[in-house]
Design a protein around this ligand. Structure first.
Ligand SMILES: Nc1ncnc2c1ncn2[C@@H]1O[C@H](COP(=O)(O)OP(=O)(O)OP(=O)(O)O)[C@@H](O)[C@H]1O
Length: 356
């Protein structure tokens, strides 16, 4: 869990130190006070990037020369100090006093998941976001996943370069590596999806019994054929295209209602529920796997959800037993069960502790 957070130079926030307990901490404040910026600071620490800006130079406070987020996390292996510093267009990541090259080292210690007004884009945008979702879950629950995925990415880059230059013989050299790493990635994803689809259907049927959402995993190559068979049959087409047409980099996770994709079959509120459901069942899966305990950042839960659904989601959030941070404009806007306790109030970038 995240125990402490020091924030300097993030958007409009004044330098502050926050401390967290298990369970949910609430952050309230008027529009533009800086609530989302607090969540963003936590996200920077866990993922090395913002969830609402592409580049860190959009997140560093105007007129600030340094942006720094430092956190203390407790894991089953002890306490860790994580840090991210951005200055003069350079980003430096630290773990327990040492520079680290790979953001995945932070992500292992502080898995962060976001629920906000963009969450339903996982249904509406292309498959890349859904693959990220699969990758996030597999990264945390499956030991070798990250290494297999990286192996696949490397071999894919090399094979694509060979295909682009029209060298079929060189393309073939990379296929063995693509097949072994690709099949390993697929196996981990299949296990993950098998675990989460039943849980998702159960959760969604309690939130919206009027519709039945079905999860369909597509692995990225023809059903009934091996990946090698797809390469053998399709190499000429791939040489034409100049890139690899088969493999886990083409996978997708479809959510359907009566055979129609959820984004076309459901209302916006229903889509939001499906997307939140996806996040929550994955967090539960991580909690059960004992590999990591996710921190859930919930921004503006009220948007597009009626009061009844909001309460159901809030209840499910509590039941995950995950640590989380939830924003609201006023404490009275918070769902039941979130209104009592310690939290923070943000006013024009100034963060102060509050008892609600
Ligand atoms: N790089 C930046 N430097 C300084 N201030 C910034 C920067 N980027 C955005 N801001 C300002 O930071 C403030 C805080 O924005 P934030 O989105 O965190 O507010 P919020 O409390 O979540 O608001 P809302 O309830 O409207 O979503 C806004 O006034 C915004 O204009």
């Amino acid at each position: 869990m995240l125990r402490e957070l020091d924030v300097t130079g993030v958007r409009n926030l004044q330098a502050c130190r926050l401390s967290f307990e298990p369970g949910f901490t609430v952050v309230t404040g008027a529009n533009a006070a800086g609530k989302t910026s607090v969540l963003e600071a936590v996200h920077l620490l866990g993922r090395g990037r913002s969830f609402r800006a592409r580049r860190l130079d959009q997140v560093i406070g105007r007129e600030q020369s340094v942006m720094r987020v430092v956190g203390v996390c407790e894991t089953t292996h002890g306490s860790h100090r994580l840090g991210l510093e951005y200055s003069q267009r350079q980003c430096r990541v630290r773990l327990d006093g040492e520079d680290v090259r790979l953001l995945s080292q932070l992500a292992k210690i502080l898995p962060v998941q976001v629920i906000n007004t963009e969450t339903q884009r996982i249904l509406q945008d292309g498959p890349a976001g859904r693959r990220l979702y699969l990758n996030w879950g597999c990264f945390h629950v499956s030991m070798n996943y990250h290494a297999d995925w990286q192996r696949h990415e490397r071999a894919l880059r090399q094979r694509n370069a060979a295909l682009r230059s029209g060298d079929g013989r060189l393309a073939r050299v990379w296929e063995g590596e693509l097949v072994t790493s690709g099949e390993a990635v697929d196996e981990a994803r299949r296990d993950l999806v098998a675990g989460l689809s039943v849980a998702l259907q159960e959760l969604l049927s309690s939130w919206m019994p009027e519709v039945a959402v079905v999860v369909e995993y597509r692995r990225g190559w023809r059903a009934g054929s091996t990946l090698q068979e797809c390469f053998d049959d399709g190499r000429l087409r791939e040489l034409d295209a100049g890139f690899t047409l088969f493999g886990p980099h083409r996978a997708d996770l479809l959510l359907k209602v009566d055979g129609v994709e959820a984004q076309f079959a459901l209302s916006r509120g229903q889509q939001k529920l499906v997307a939140i459901g996806l996040m929550l069942v994955q967090c539960r899966q991580l909690m059960r796997s004992d590999s990591a305990s996710p921190l859930i950042l919930v921004d503006d839960l009220a948007a597009e959800l009626d009061a009844g659904r909001r309460e159901q989601v809030a209840q499910a959030l509590k039941e995950t037993s995950c640590q989380g941070i939830m924003t609201a404009i006023e404490p009275g806007d918070l769902p039941e069960g979130f209104q009592n306790g310690r939290g923070y109030r943000v006013e024009q970038g100034r963060v102060s502790e509050m008892i609600y």
